[in-house]
Design a protein around this ligand. Structure first.
Ligand code: SF4
Length: 340
Protein backbone atom coordinates (compact mmCIF):
# COMPACT_ATOMS: atom_id res chain seq x y z
CA UNK A 1 0.00 0.00 0.00
CA UNK A 2 1.86 3.11 -1.22
CA UNK A 3 -0.81 5.66 -2.11
CA UNK A 4 -0.52 9.19 -0.73
CA UNK A 5 -2.41 10.07 2.42
CA UNK A 6 -5.66 11.90 1.78
CA UNK A 7 -5.81 15.68 2.28
CA UNK A 8 -5.93 16.64 5.96
CA UNK A 9 -5.03 13.04 6.79
CA UNK A 10 -4.32 12.01 10.35
CA UNK A 11 -0.88 10.52 10.90
CA UNK A 12 0.19 8.72 14.05
CA UNK A 13 3.94 8.60 14.66
CA UNK A 14 5.32 6.25 17.28
CA UNK A 15 8.15 8.34 18.71
CA UNK A 16 11.57 7.20 19.87
CA UNK A 17 12.83 6.38 23.33
CA UNK A 18 16.22 8.12 23.20
CA UNK A 19 16.58 11.90 23.18
CA UNK A 20 19.16 12.07 20.40
CA UNK A 21 17.12 9.79 18.14
CA UNK A 22 13.97 11.80 18.86
CA UNK A 23 15.72 15.05 17.88
CA UNK A 24 16.95 13.52 14.62
CA UNK A 25 13.47 12.20 13.81
CA UNK A 26 12.16 15.78 14.00
CA UNK A 27 14.22 16.62 10.91
CA UNK A 28 12.31 14.00 8.93
CA UNK A 29 8.94 15.15 10.30
CA UNK A 30 9.84 18.73 9.38
CA UNK A 31 10.57 17.55 5.83
CA UNK A 32 7.25 15.72 5.67
CA UNK A 33 5.32 18.75 6.95
CA UNK A 34 7.01 20.93 4.37
CA UNK A 35 5.52 18.91 1.50
CA UNK A 36 2.31 17.96 3.35
CA UNK A 37 1.40 20.89 5.64
CA UNK A 38 -2.20 19.65 5.68
CA UNK A 39 -1.35 16.49 7.63
CA UNK A 40 -2.24 16.36 11.31
CA UNK A 41 0.69 14.68 13.04
CA UNK A 42 0.21 13.07 16.45
CA UNK A 43 3.29 11.66 18.16
CA UNK A 44 3.04 8.96 20.80
CA UNK A 45 6.19 9.36 22.88
CA UNK A 46 7.40 8.09 26.26
CA UNK A 47 8.08 10.62 29.06
CA UNK A 48 11.83 10.56 28.30
CA UNK A 49 11.34 12.16 24.89
CA UNK A 50 7.90 13.76 24.74
CA UNK A 51 9.52 17.12 25.59
CA UNK A 52 11.57 16.92 22.39
CA UNK A 53 8.49 16.44 20.22
CA UNK A 54 6.69 19.29 21.98
CA UNK A 55 9.44 21.68 20.79
CA UNK A 56 8.75 21.03 17.10
CA UNK A 57 6.46 22.97 14.80
CA UNK A 58 6.13 19.81 12.69
CA UNK A 59 4.15 18.03 15.42
CA UNK A 60 0.53 18.95 16.11
CA UNK A 61 -0.10 16.80 19.20
CA UNK A 62 1.97 14.76 21.64
CA UNK A 63 0.90 12.18 24.18
CA UNK A 64 1.83 8.81 25.61
CA UNK A 65 1.77 5.95 23.08
CA UNK A 66 -1.92 4.97 22.79
CA UNK A 67 -2.84 1.69 24.38
CA UNK A 68 -4.21 -1.17 22.33
CA UNK A 69 -7.88 -0.76 21.44
CA UNK A 70 -7.78 2.84 22.59
CA UNK A 71 -10.51 3.63 20.06
CA UNK A 72 -8.48 6.31 18.28
CA UNK A 73 -8.06 5.86 14.55
CA UNK A 74 -5.52 7.33 12.17
CA UNK A 75 -5.13 7.25 8.38
CA UNK A 76 -1.60 5.92 8.79
CA UNK A 77 0.80 4.96 11.56
CA UNK A 78 4.54 5.43 11.13
CA UNK A 79 6.57 3.35 13.57
CA UNK A 80 9.95 4.99 14.16
CA UNK A 81 11.47 2.47 16.66
CA UNK A 82 12.50 -0.97 15.46
CA UNK A 83 10.99 -2.88 18.37
CA UNK A 84 8.27 -5.49 18.03
CA UNK A 85 6.35 -3.82 20.82
CA UNK A 86 6.13 -0.45 19.09
CA UNK A 87 4.56 -2.12 16.03
CA UNK A 88 2.25 -4.28 18.15
CA UNK A 89 0.87 -1.35 20.13
CA UNK A 90 0.03 0.44 16.85
CA UNK A 91 -1.91 -2.43 15.27
CA UNK A 92 -5.32 -1.17 16.31
CA UNK A 93 -4.59 2.48 15.55
CA UNK A 94 -4.58 2.32 11.77
CA UNK A 95 -5.04 -0.06 8.86
CA UNK A 96 -1.88 1.36 7.29
CA UNK A 97 1.29 0.81 9.33
CA UNK A 98 4.74 1.74 8.04
CA UNK A 99 8.03 0.65 9.55
CA UNK A 100 11.34 -1.10 9.03
CA UNK A 101 11.49 -4.91 9.16
CA UNK A 102 13.06 -6.02 12.44
CA UNK A 103 12.39 -8.23 15.44
CA UNK A 104 10.04 -10.44 13.39
CA UNK A 105 7.35 -7.76 13.22
CA UNK A 106 6.83 -7.58 9.46
CA UNK A 107 3.43 -9.29 9.70
CA UNK A 108 2.25 -6.42 11.91
CA UNK A 109 3.16 -3.83 9.27
CA UNK A 110 1.41 -3.11 5.97
CA UNK A 111 4.35 -1.23 4.40
CA UNK A 112 7.64 -2.90 5.31
CA UNK A 113 10.97 -1.17 4.70
CA UNK A 114 14.27 -3.01 4.28
CA UNK A 115 16.29 -2.43 7.46
CA UNK A 116 19.26 -4.63 6.54
CA UNK A 117 19.50 -2.91 3.17
CA UNK A 118 19.50 0.51 4.82
CA UNK A 119 22.07 -0.60 7.41
CA UNK A 120 24.48 -1.86 4.74
CA UNK A 121 24.70 1.63 3.26
CA UNK A 122 26.42 2.94 6.44
CA UNK A 123 24.77 6.32 6.27
CA UNK A 124 23.80 8.79 8.95
CA UNK A 125 20.89 7.87 11.23
CA UNK A 126 18.93 10.79 9.81
CA UNK A 127 18.57 8.84 6.53
CA UNK A 128 16.71 6.11 8.44
CA UNK A 129 13.99 8.62 9.38
CA UNK A 130 14.04 10.19 5.94
CA UNK A 131 13.40 6.75 4.39
CA UNK A 132 10.34 6.38 6.62
CA UNK A 133 8.75 9.71 5.72
CA UNK A 134 9.52 9.13 2.03
CA UNK A 135 7.40 6.00 2.25
CA UNK A 136 4.53 8.41 2.86
CA UNK A 137 5.63 11.12 0.45
CA UNK A 138 8.64 10.67 -1.87
CA UNK A 139 9.16 14.44 -1.91
CA UNK A 140 9.91 14.64 1.82
CA UNK A 141 13.57 15.38 2.60
CA UNK A 142 15.37 15.50 5.94
CA UNK A 143 16.05 19.00 7.27
CA UNK A 144 18.24 20.08 10.19
CA UNK A 145 15.96 19.83 13.25
CA UNK A 146 14.83 23.16 14.66
CA UNK A 147 13.22 23.89 18.05
CA UNK A 148 10.65 26.55 18.78
CA UNK A 149 10.51 28.00 22.29
CA UNK A 150 7.64 29.94 23.78
CA UNK A 151 8.41 33.44 25.07
CA UNK A 152 7.63 32.14 28.57
CA UNK A 153 10.23 29.39 28.22
CA UNK A 154 12.83 31.83 26.93
CA UNK A 155 12.12 34.35 29.71
CA UNK A 156 12.63 31.64 32.32
CA UNK A 157 15.88 30.58 30.66
CA UNK A 158 17.13 34.18 30.51
CA UNK A 159 16.44 34.64 34.20
CA UNK A 160 18.27 31.41 35.02
CA UNK A 161 21.22 32.39 32.85
CA UNK A 162 21.46 35.84 34.45
CA UNK A 163 21.60 34.23 37.89
CA UNK A 164 24.97 32.83 36.78
CA UNK A 165 26.31 35.09 34.07
CA UNK A 166 26.57 38.87 33.96
CA UNK A 167 25.77 41.23 31.08
CA UNK A 168 28.42 40.97 28.35
CA UNK A 169 29.93 37.80 29.76
CA UNK A 170 30.03 34.45 27.99
CA UNK A 171 28.71 31.03 28.91
CA UNK A 172 29.79 27.63 27.71
CA UNK A 173 27.48 24.66 28.29
CA UNK A 174 29.26 21.49 29.32
CA UNK A 175 27.75 18.01 29.22
CA UNK A 176 29.99 15.47 30.99
CA UNK A 177 27.52 12.56 30.78
CA UNK A 178 26.07 10.17 28.24
CA UNK A 179 23.02 8.16 29.22
CA UNK A 180 24.02 5.25 26.97
CA UNK A 181 27.06 4.35 29.09
CA UNK A 182 30.40 5.41 30.57
CA UNK A 183 32.37 4.39 27.49
CA UNK A 184 31.03 7.50 25.71
CA UNK A 185 32.10 9.90 28.44
CA UNK A 186 35.31 11.92 28.23
CA UNK A 187 37.19 11.41 31.54
CA UNK A 188 36.30 13.91 34.26
CA UNK A 189 39.97 14.83 34.81
CA UNK A 190 40.05 16.01 31.17
CA UNK A 191 36.94 18.14 31.72
CA UNK A 192 38.56 19.64 34.83
CA UNK A 193 41.74 20.48 32.95
CA UNK A 194 39.80 21.96 30.03
CA UNK A 195 37.65 24.16 32.27
CA UNK A 196 40.58 25.31 34.37
CA UNK A 197 42.44 26.38 31.21
CA UNK A 198 39.32 28.01 29.76
CA UNK A 199 38.77 30.08 32.91
CA UNK A 200 42.41 31.23 32.74
CA UNK A 201 42.20 32.06 29.04
CA UNK A 202 38.85 33.91 29.20
CA UNK A 203 38.32 35.92 32.42
CA UNK A 204 34.67 36.64 31.64
CA UNK A 205 33.73 33.08 30.70
CA UNK A 206 31.34 31.04 32.83
CA UNK A 207 30.70 27.31 32.44
CA UNK A 208 27.39 25.60 33.17
CA UNK A 209 27.29 21.86 33.74
CA UNK A 210 24.24 20.16 32.21
CA UNK A 211 23.14 16.55 32.63
CA UNK A 212 20.19 14.36 33.36
CA UNK A 213 19.56 12.98 36.82
CA UNK A 214 21.51 9.77 36.09
CA UNK A 215 24.70 11.64 35.23
CA UNK A 216 24.53 14.15 38.06
CA UNK A 217 27.41 12.40 39.93
CA UNK A 218 29.71 13.15 36.98
CA UNK A 219 28.89 16.85 37.22
CA UNK A 220 29.33 16.78 40.99
CA UNK A 221 32.73 15.17 40.61
CA UNK A 222 33.88 17.99 38.32
CA UNK A 223 32.58 20.61 40.78
CA UNK A 224 34.38 18.85 43.61
CA UNK A 225 37.67 18.76 41.71
CA UNK A 226 37.37 22.31 40.43
CA UNK A 227 35.68 24.62 42.92
CA UNK A 228 35.52 27.84 40.94
CA UNK A 229 33.24 30.90 41.17
CA UNK A 230 32.56 30.75 37.42
CA UNK A 231 31.61 27.08 37.38
CA UNK A 232 27.87 26.50 37.79
CA UNK A 233 25.62 23.47 37.52
CA UNK A 234 22.05 22.72 36.56
CA UNK A 235 22.74 18.97 36.42
CA UNK A 236 19.61 16.97 37.15
CA UNK A 237 17.60 20.12 37.92
CA UNK A 238 15.85 20.97 34.65
CA UNK A 239 13.21 19.41 32.45
CA UNK A 240 14.25 18.66 28.91
CA UNK A 241 12.53 21.76 27.43
CA UNK A 242 14.08 23.92 30.18
CA UNK A 243 17.53 22.51 29.41
CA UNK A 244 17.08 23.12 25.70
CA UNK A 245 15.93 26.72 26.27
CA UNK A 246 18.90 27.48 28.54
CA UNK A 247 21.27 25.77 26.13
CA UNK A 248 19.94 27.94 23.29
CA UNK A 249 21.20 31.01 25.18
CA UNK A 250 24.71 29.71 25.81
CA UNK A 251 27.55 30.75 23.51
CA UNK A 252 28.92 27.27 22.91
CA UNK A 253 28.68 23.65 23.93
CA UNK A 254 31.22 20.98 24.86
CA UNK A 255 29.59 17.59 24.92
CA UNK A 256 30.02 13.87 24.67
CA UNK A 257 28.15 12.01 21.93
CA UNK A 258 24.74 12.14 23.58
CA UNK A 259 21.21 13.46 23.41
CA UNK A 260 22.59 16.79 24.60
CA UNK A 261 24.74 17.00 21.48
CA UNK A 262 21.66 16.73 19.25
CA UNK A 263 19.76 19.18 21.46
CA UNK A 264 22.67 21.58 20.95
CA UNK A 265 22.51 21.14 17.18
CA UNK A 266 18.77 21.82 17.14
CA UNK A 267 19.24 25.02 19.13
CA UNK A 268 21.83 26.17 16.60
CA UNK A 269 24.62 26.42 19.16
CA UNK A 270 28.20 25.93 17.95
CA UNK A 271 30.54 23.67 19.86
CA UNK A 272 32.59 20.53 20.10
CA UNK A 273 31.44 16.91 20.34
CA UNK A 274 33.85 14.37 21.77
CA UNK A 275 33.63 10.94 20.11
CA UNK A 276 35.26 7.71 21.31
CA UNK A 277 33.47 4.37 20.97
CA UNK A 278 30.77 5.58 18.59
CA UNK A 279 30.73 6.43 14.91
CA UNK A 280 30.29 10.08 13.90
CA UNK A 281 29.40 9.04 10.35
CA UNK A 282 26.31 7.32 11.77
CA UNK A 283 25.35 9.50 14.72
CA UNK A 284 27.35 12.72 14.45
CA UNK A 285 25.75 16.15 14.93
CA UNK A 286 23.64 17.42 12.04
CA UNK A 287 25.06 20.60 10.49
CA UNK A 288 22.71 23.55 11.07
CA UNK A 289 21.06 25.51 8.25
CA UNK A 290 23.60 28.27 8.82
CA UNK A 291 26.48 28.91 11.16
CA UNK A 292 29.41 26.92 12.43
CA UNK A 293 27.59 24.01 14.06
CA UNK A 294 29.14 21.38 16.31
CA UNK A 295 32.44 19.90 15.19
CA UNK A 296 33.55 16.40 16.07
CA UNK A 297 36.85 15.64 17.81
CA UNK A 298 38.23 12.11 18.17
CA UNK A 299 41.50 10.21 18.04
CA UNK A 300 42.09 7.31 15.64
CA UNK A 301 41.77 4.14 17.72
CA UNK A 302 42.01 0.62 16.27
CA UNK A 303 39.17 -0.73 18.43
CA UNK A 304 36.75 2.13 17.61
CA UNK A 305 33.89 2.26 16.96
CA UNK A 306 33.12 -0.59 19.36
CA UNK A 307 29.66 0.76 20.36
CA UNK A 308 30.11 -0.73 23.83
CA UNK A 309 28.54 0.84 26.91
CA UNK A 310 31.55 0.07 29.11
CA UNK A 311 35.14 -0.08 27.91
CA UNK A 312 36.71 -3.53 28.44
CA UNK A 313 40.27 -2.16 28.19
CA UNK A 314 41.83 1.21 29.11
CA UNK A 315 39.37 3.65 27.46
CA UNK A 316 42.14 4.90 25.20
CA UNK A 317 39.72 6.37 22.64
CA UNK A 318 38.73 9.02 25.19
CA UNK A 319 41.80 9.16 27.43
CA UNK A 320 43.99 10.08 24.43
CA UNK A 321 41.71 12.90 23.33
CA UNK A 322 43.80 15.68 24.82
CA UNK A 323 42.21 18.66 26.62
CA UNK A 324 44.57 20.97 24.67
CA UNK A 325 42.86 20.01 21.39
CA UNK A 326 39.42 20.67 22.83
CA UNK A 327 40.61 23.95 24.34
CA UNK A 328 41.94 25.17 21.01
CA UNK A 329 38.70 24.29 19.21
CA UNK A 330 36.36 25.81 21.79
CA UNK A 331 38.44 28.99 22.07
CA UNK A 332 38.01 29.45 18.33
CA UNK A 333 34.25 29.04 18.73
CA UNK A 334 34.05 31.49 21.64
CA UNK A 335 36.26 34.12 20.02
CA UNK A 336 34.27 37.28 19.53
CA UNK A 337 30.96 35.67 20.59
CA UNK A 338 28.83 37.34 23.28
CA UNK A 339 25.54 36.49 24.92
CA UNK A 340 22.37 37.49 23.08
S1 SF4 B 1 37.13 -0.76 23.39
FE1 SF4 B 1 38.26 0.85 22.32
S2 SF4 B 1 36.70 2.08 21.27
FE2 SF4 B 1 35.65 0.83 22.80
S3 SF4 B 1 35.49 2.18 24.59
FE3 SF4 B 1 37.35 0.95 24.85
S4 SF4 B 1 39.00 2.19 23.96
FE4 SF4 B 1 37.07 3.02 23.24
Amino acid sequence: MKEALSKNGRLYVRGLNWIGDAVLSLGALQGLKKVRPDLHVTVGAPPATDGVYRLSAAVDAVGPPPRLRSGRRFDAAMILPRSFRSAWESVFLSDRRIGFASEGRSLLLTQVLDYQGWKRTHRHQSTYYETLVRALDPGAAFEPPVFFFSETALSGARLRLRSFVGEGEQAVAVNPGAFYGRAKTWPSHHFVRLLDDLFDALPSLHAILFSGEADRPLAQEIERRLPHPRLHSVAGELSLPESAALLSLCDALVTNDSGMMHLGSATGRPGVALFGPTDPVATGPVPPVSGRGISVLSVPTACAPCLLRECPIDHRCMERLAPERVLSEILTVLKGDTLP
